[in-house]
Design a protein around this ligand. Structure first.
Ligand code: ADP
Length: 541
């Protein structure tokens, strides 16, 4: 048909070229393992990425090949984020915190041929190397960690690899539906499953997170992704930053408390992103050791529910707005963001806070519905809850080479992806996760949301973290067991009776854990990406 718009392929090399043309002077800052900061510009990033492409070609990387990374957040990791897909190959970011057997499974399942790893992370790879079936070579990125004298197969230094290459702009023309990246789910609820992102999905997702009612990533931002580059492509932030010209701050391997507070204060970070645990630890740290974090316009919290008490504390103590967001490996990840709509600005502070503690409104291009057990859509009335299903251009259509048929059962015949999350959606379109299907507790025949009880417990003064799991119970079917981590100063005098009364304001007496089912522990076990690991807690009960 004549007269239509250009069929412009949405490929990652276009984002890269734009960066060189439009903001070559913008900075990319990375913390190295020795604590020092490495600084360079998008201009230098561009040149080095072209050289890396040449080096990858010489190593024999062909379109479709999987190139893996095993690394913290840094400028070299960002170079790989662009060089590998721009060649038509697939960037596979390995989760450095996985259990060894999961890592071996994933590397072999993806058939990775090259692994780029940080020097500080060589040890775990060296232990597993004999079990990797397809890996031909390791390239080591010297993050200035002490030399541990470890040898890996075909080991080459990253800088030596690219040093003598020339920076030629030689981008193969790719179909926008070519695979560009892959991640495996972190396995919170089962075996890891692989998801392949395309150039098109990454491109559109980068635009999606840059929309102002979404995360509003822009060239005016200084972004600190504490979310690892192996956790759903760092939530797509490196791509959006390179598209818009945001200054990037990569925190390396120091993610706890002071190093993060220092980076925010010194680099005047405007947008920071990470899981609740990270921000909870920072909050506790800032109560003891003050730092000015007021430059932050939005602290994005996702991966697990942001407790209302934490949202309130950041606002009151630091004037910092937490932006609650929801997503999954299968959804690239962004699905919802809890920005307030125009009409909500006249609401009371308490109502606004409640709205911001929900997971939020679906971003444009992500369609959603909640369904009952028979698959019938439920109304958006804020009370009916059912499984959340989504569709859109950056939602997976299937898993990569699923091991068993059940893995793809989450994809419905009529084109929806069933998330396994149980949610309600209010009349304003704001989604609220009430639980994961597998974490719901059935007590006295009624569903109890573990998330709601955790949030209630975390609002009790003196409690830093709380997690709830079910245990079999003769009378109730299942009973809730509440694990709590007190703040250090409350360690010895937390009043469990008062906690009981406090929970009684929100829950029926038979839903509240008995005193013997309230367990005080030093830390909630966490998964590889910092979520509460309920599999471990369930084993304990
Ligand atoms: P895994 O499935 O292994 O945990 P993902 O990182 O893909 O790995 O996790 C996606 C899940 O994390 C979602 O299905 C949801 O249960 C949970 N999640 C993500 N963001 C939030 C949030 N803001 N609130 C509550 N749960 C969330």
């Amino acid at each position: 048909m004549n007269g239509l718009m250009m069929n412009y392929p949405l490929t990652i090399d276009r984002i890269l070229v734009r960066a060189k043309q439009n903001f070559p002077e913008q900075e990319i800052v990375s913390r190295l393992a020795d604590g020092s900061l490495h600084r360079y510009t998008y201009g230098e990033f561009y040149t080095r990425t072209l050289k890396l492409m040449q080096a990858l070609r010489k190593l024999g990387v062909k379109p479709g090949d999987r190139v893996a990374t095993f690394a913290w957040n840094s400028y070299r990791h960002m170079e790989l984020y662009f060089a590998v897909p721009a060649l038509g190959a697939v960037l596979h970011t390995l989760n450095i915190r996985l259990f060894p057997e999961q890592l071996v499974y994933i590397v072999n399942h993806a058939e990775d041929e090259l692994i780029f790893c940080d020097k500080s992370l060589m040890k775990p790879l060296a232990d597993l190397e004999p079990q990797f079936k397809t890996v031909k070579k390791f390239i080591v990125m010297d993050d200035l960690a002490p030399d541990a004298g470890i040898q890996l197969k075909g080991m080459t230094d990253y800088e030596a690899l690219i040093a003598n290459e020339s920076a030629v702009e030689d981008f193969p023309s790719l179909d926008e539906n070519t695979a560009a990246g892959m991640c495996y789910t972190s396995g919170t609820t089962g075996e890891p499953k692989g998801v392949l992102y395309s150039h098109r999905s990454i491109f559109l997702h980068a635009m999606g997170i840059s929309m102002s009612d979404s995360l509003a990533v822009s060239g005016r931002d200084v972004i600190l992704p504490v979310v690892p580059m192996f956790h759903v492509m760092s939530w797509g932030i490196p791509f959006a930053a390179c598209m818009t010209g945001a200054k990037m701050i990569y925190p390396g391997n120091q993610l706890i408390g002071k190093p993060i507070a220092d980076l925010i204060e010194q680099e005047k970070v405007t947008l920071a992103a990470g899981v609740p645990t990270i921000w909870n630890v920072l909050l506790q740290h800032l109560r003891k050791d003050k730092a000015d974090i007021s430059s932050i316009r939005a602290m994005v919290v996702g991966g697990s529910a942001a407790p209302l008490a934490m949202i309130e504390a950041y606002q009151k103590e630091h004037g910092v707005q937490i932006l609650h967001a929801w997503g999954m490996t299968e959804t690239s990840p962004l699905g919802t963001v809890a920005n307030l709509k125009h009409k909500m600005h006249s609401w009371s502070a308490a109502d606004q806070l409640k709205q911001r503690a929900k997971q939020g409104a679906f971003v444009p291009l992500v369609e959603a519905r909640i369904v009952d057990d028979a698959g019938n859509p439920l109304p958006w009335n804020g009370s009916d809850s059912g499984e959340l299903q989504v569709k859109g251009p950056w939602i997976a259509a299937s898993y990569y080479k699923p091991e068993n048929k059940e893995a793809n059962a989450s994809f419905t015949a009529d084109g929806w992806f069933g998330t396994g999350d149980v949610a309600r959606i209010d009349e304003h379109g704001y989604m609220e996760i009430t639980d994961r299907k597998k974490d719901l507790i059935k007590t006295r025949g009624e569903w109890l949301s573990s998330v709601e009880m955790e949030n209630a417990a975390m609002a009790f003064p003196g409690i830093a973290e709380a997690a709830v799991v079910g245990r079999p119970d003769d009378v109730r079917g299942e009973a809730a067991v509440l694990f709590i981590v007190p703040l250090p100063e409350k360690k010895d005098d937390l009043d469990l009776k008062e906690l009981h009364t406090f929970l009684g304001e929100k829950f029926a007496h038979w839903q509240i854990p008995k005193t013997s089912d309230i367990r005080i522990i030093d830390a909630i076990p966490k998964t590889s990406v910092g979520k509460f690991d309920k599999k471990v807690l369930r084993k304990q009960v």
